[in-house]
Design a protein around this ligand. Sequence first.
Ligand code: TRP
Length: 913
Amino acid sequence: MAGRKECLVLGFLVFLWAALGIEGKEETEEQTCRLLGKFDLNGFVDARNHSLVIGGLFPVHSRTIPANKSILEPVSAKCEGFNFRGFRWMKTMIHTIKGINERKDILPNITLGYQIFDTCFTISKSVEAALVFLTRQEENKPNFRNSTGAFLAGIVGAGGSSLSVTASRILGLYYLPQVGYASTCSVLSDKNQFPSYLRTVASDKFQSDAMVKLIQHFGWVWVGTIAADDDYGKYGVKIFEEKMESANLCIAFSEIIPKVYSCEKMQKAVDAVKNSTARVIVLYVSDIDLSPFVLEIVFHNITDRTWIASEAWITSALIAKPECFPYFGGSIGFAVPKADIPGLKEFLYDVHPGKDPNDVLTIEFWQTAFNCTWPNSSFPYYIDHRMNMTGKDDRLHAMSDKFCTGEENLEDLKNTYLDVSQLRITNNVKQAVYSLAYALDRLSRCEEESGPYFPGNTCAYIPDFEPWQLMYYMKTLKFTTHSGMRIEIDENGDVSGYYDILNWQLDDNGEVAFVKVGEYTFTDSKFELVMKKNATMFWNTESSELPHSVCTDLCRPGTRKGIRHGEPICCFDCIPCADGHVSREPGQRECEQCGEDYWSNAQKNKCVLKEVEFLAYDEALGFTLVILSIFGALVVLAVTIVYVLYRHTPLVSANDRELSFLIQLSLVIMLLSSMLFIGKPHHWSCVARQVTLAMSFSLCLSCILGKTISLFLAYRISKSKTRFISICPLYRKIIVLISVLVEIGICTAYLVLEPPRVFKNMQSQNIKIILECDEGSIEFLCSMFGIDVFLALLCFPTTFVARQLPDNYYEGKCITFGMLVFFIIWISFVPAYLSTKGKFKVAVEIFAILASSYGLLGCIFAPKCFIILLRPKRNTDELVGGRVFTIENSIRLTSASVSSELNNTMVSAVVDD
Ligand code: TRP
């Protein structure tokens, strides 16, 4: 019994274990992870019977259709906006591979297959494609046997830079060679980030440089930029702006065109174009992204702008339509070199949707090209989902309910797909395929033991090689294309070469023509922009003249640039140059100072010689003064003649005749010396003027002193009767002699030690050089005239006291009056002299000289001459002499006869108490 029981328990356990085991197995199978979302890629594949496959990525559509938000499952987006140009590029790759397979000289025993995907110009599709290349369509394990099962050698693509960047980040992990044909973004040269990326198109580094050189060539300084919202636009504009800055040119505005249509963002870019004063605008945008912006520009009717085109849209049929010409005509830009591809045209024409019902791209091509719907097609004719998104009216496309017959004629089609006149990027596609083929060819020709790989100089073999082994050959690739162009890929995976500079013009058929007007060459050492000499340019300006794009016009000569704070250097104010400064050329930053002898003219654009100022003979003032001085001298001469003629009359002979003559002589010198102050100062005239003046003063004043001392003594006699006073005429002459000698001594010392010299006075007036005499030593000058002042000071009190001498003639009074005049003139001279400048200073001095001379002449000699000539009766001894009565007797004592020289005896007054 016990045995049966045990058997039952064991049997149950076995069942349980078995049951559990089965359950567990089922559970593990169910728990395996699988991708829910499926990739949805369109393209062309031909991998069967080929040992090697080349991948390709092309923008056959322009965008993806936004996902329906109600579906939660992740689904790969569908694409829309058929791009004929991308389709042509894609077909070119197939054509090239077919060509290589037919050739016996490259890869003789190996045929190449292809697997090409449409990226729809979106990053997400590029990622899908990159993963499909590396994995299998629904597997996330890389196996280098791609979905076709063939060995993947490398990839050609992708079109836009952002797509290449994303694909390369994935493909680069495996070091899988990727050859770009259109992605020009400069970051792709960075081999740390993109180790396996190479390209047959030049980096934008050169294009940005070329744009700046073009801008400089046409003299524009104020340029706006518009970039696509991707790596291409942003990096391109970044380098462009850096180069503009180092060329001292300015960016008026920098705007971005949104990738996904946004009314607000688009409006911002359009407003910037509309409101800016910049007439020249750089557009760093791929043609696909540019189309909506072009429509906006047309919609807002913005003309009179010159657009600088990047290589991505300069020859694009999407933009270069006759209806856009009024807005975009005259655009100037850079295009990659063009070449003819033999046999391509025929290959492109060999397209028909009837050949393969699964060839969805060809069906869509046919539908879009002929505006019809292919029967039984799962693809509806072109719908633009953006309409719903933006709420804008359907300005782009319309639906068609017409069915395609298949009989449509491609020859009737005017379509960019079939246009082989501008094979530029298309040619790059061909070269990209060829570079992979040439590298494979070299790899296949590797000879054992002389191979490149270490250790052991081994070779790699098709199809069993590692991607890095092919990269080895790619990195040092050099070949000549079918059109004779040399392609050399450098260590950054870049190529050098040239750009064609194209200008949009209208041809005779009313179509947009891309006219070559120059070339920009860039090699290792040469970066050169050459414009064709005889090329006619079309400019989209009102006058059809070269547009003018500046923030502020160049400052005229005579002004300089003044910085406006917070604004670019191209916007400035024009500030007139300061006095004495000029700017000769237009647009000068600074005004230059004129040389010492020069001053700025009224316009401030030229330095002119400063006016030299001095009191000239031929000007009214100088002339008047000369006349006055000569007239004065003549008057003195007349007085002398009268004195000589009447020398024996009592009036003349009274009170020292010689002194009178000396006074007359000194007055003549004084009057004539004033002429030394007039005219251009020379060394001799500077030396002579002060000395002559001082000497004549001292002579004059010492003579007057001699005279007045006699009067003073006479007066003293008249007052005190007790003294014996005697004054000999000789003493008077000695006084004169001593004072003149002292003056001569001082003058000689002055002239020897520190003589006056001609001096150009530039300080007192900016616009004039005042030619004047620098008096040298002020000490000597003061002592020289100090003597004169001293003499004058001595004269004055003596005459003042003697003025009371009673006589008929009152010579004392006259001299007193003369001295008063003299003092008044010279005292008032000081402030007048100090407050004038230039030639008027000299004039004031001459006035003082003349006035004081006339004063003395008038006061001392005029009354005497009056009596001599007009009242001869009064010129008798009796009348000339007055009487001084003393207590006991009277003596004949008059001012005029104090020193009568009739008997040439000393006048002596003996007065006894
Ligand atoms: N140069 C562009 C980039 O780097 C790509 C490009 C060139 C392009 N030509 C084009 C894209 C024409 C679309 C259409 O992104």
